[in-house]
Design a protein around this ligand. Structure first.
Ligand code: AVJ
Ligand code: FE
Length: 438
């Protein structure tokens, strides 16, 4: 069974350091006022995410894994996401930037002490193979992406940290589909080092043959849907989606505007730029993705179809951890646009070396991809280590997203990773690709 495998304590220390360095890099240019403000009711004030990163680390690495008492009950309550909905968070007595720095450093010092003595071969599933450390690393990365979503909604002064890599310029024309023949593949994983509870257990799924877009839908293709009256044709829309776009006056992806007919511009992190025709469409809701697919005579892929196309190697009958193989991505390695190094997606199909066995491009990185599926437990699912990570979200309210975006850190995504949000959400770095029965 494919797995990223346990990593050494030395590597863990390096990754913990790298995670924190990035969190602080992302917050560097944000004013005190913007750290405390709620930029959108669906997001926390950025300073909440920062304190929460440290508090979650204290809870899981110090209290639960090593039995240390929590330093401060009040902090634990304030930063418990399930106790306080996002719109309530600005009114909490949150740690301000300097105090939060001190708190996060104090937690981290103790974490490094306990890691030195920790038994990562222990029978305790929290510690075994370093699971709880890997969970913390993924959590900090997830909140980095949440922070970037928040900065994308911030009004006023733009957000533009220095870009750390040059993106490839080449692209693949949108329109081609790859064929994935019918048959069983293994969905999910039994990995207990890195996988989160909702990715388990591994189970065979028989997927009938289908066609899948070779790349995500481009801005040019999406603009054609708009020009063809996509947003005014009731027949293309799910009932709830139709009500939503009418109520919210939605007629284009979030942040798009037209300075003159047939010319689309967008605002990215507060800066205006022309929409790149070859870039993947981003900031669309599930309802918009669903309507586009219907307009194109296609549909969204199910999670099983997405995962098979990304992970299955039909010649060996084995599963890959990433579309290109088992080798973990590094920022700027030519296989995927990940890690918030460029602060934008690349043109679609810009990474031929990142192709899956079936020839699909860009399945990991650039934009998350909406799938047709609701959030359901896999067979044999057991909540671990806490029900509020995923179990409480199972049901028809959430749609699944796959593949990570340019803003996802490399250790927080893989072929089996499952993300979810409400079908009306557009703040995510999310696009989609379409499927069709073979
Ligand atoms: C998996 C991205 C939906 O941000 O709500 C962060 C991840 N869980 N802290 C979220 C998460 C706890 C979660 N998503
Ligand atoms: Fe969290």
């Amino acid at each position: 069974m494919e797995t990223r495998g346990a990593v050494s304590k030395e590597v863990l220390v390096g990754l913990l350091e790298e995670a924190r360095e990035r969190t602080r890099f992302l917050l560097k240019g944000i004013s005190r006022e913007d750290l405390l403000a709620q930029h959108d009711p669906i997001m926390s004030p950025p300073i909440w995410d920062y304190g929460h990163i440290g508090n979650y680390e204290e809870l899981w690495l110090l209290k639960e894994a090593h039995g240390r008492e929590l330093s401060d009950r009040e902090l634990y309550d304030m930063y418990d996401a399930s106790l306080h909905p996002r719109e309530e968070r600005p009114s909490l007595n949150l740690l301000m930037r300097d105090d939060a720095d001190v708190y996060l450093d104090a937690v981290r010092r103790t974490v490094l002490e306990t890691l030195e003595k920790a038994d990562l071969d222990s029978d305790d599933p929290l510690l075994r193979s370093g699971f709880v450390y890997n969970m913390i690393l993924q959590h900090e990365a997830q909140h980095n992406e949440t922070l970037l979503q928040t900065f994308g909604l911030m009004r006023g002064r733009g957000y533009r940290p220095e870009s750390l890599v040059e993106l490839p310029k080449g692209s693949t024309p949108y329109g081609e589909m790859v064929h994935v023949p019918g048959g069983e593949f293994v969905m999910g994983t039994d990995d207990r080092a890195w996988a989160l509870d909702n990715e388990r257990n591994a189970h065979a799924v028989d997927v009938p043959g289908f066609l899948l877009d070779k790349t995500p839908v481009t801005n040019a293709a999406y603009a054609a849907f708009i020009e063809d009256g996509g947003y005014t044709n009731r027949e293309l829309w799910d009932g709830a989606g139709w009500e939503y776009i009418k109520e919210e006056n939605i007629a284009a992806p979030k942040h798009w505007y037209q300075p003159e007919p047939h010319s689309w511009w967008t605002v990215r992190f507060g800066f205006d730029e022309p929409v790149d025709p070859n870039g993947p469409v981003v900031h669309v809701s599930w309802f918009e993705a669903d309507a586009y697919a219907r307009w194109a005579g296609k549909r969204l892929p199910t999670e099983a179809e997405w995962e098979k196309a990304a992970s299955w190697d039909p010649t060996t009958g084995t599963k890959r951890l990433y579309p290109w193989g088992d080798e973990a991505p590094r920022g700027g390695d030519g296989r995927a646009n990940l890690d918030a190094l460029a602060f934008r997606p690349a043109p679609v199909g810009a990474y031929p070396d990142g192709a899956s066995a079936y020839g699909a491009l860009g399945m990991v990185g650039d934009v998350w991809e909406w799938t047709a599926s609701d959030f359901r437990a896999y067979p044999g699912f057991e909540a671990f280590p806490y029900r509020e990570y995923s179990e409480v979200f199972f049901g028809p309210d959430f749609k699944m997203l796959r593949g990570g975006s340019w803003a996802t850190r490399p250790w927080a995504v893989r072929n089996t990773f499952r993300n979810w949000d409400y079908p009306i959400r557009r703040q995510l770095f999310v696009g989609f690709r379409c499927a069709k029965d073979a």
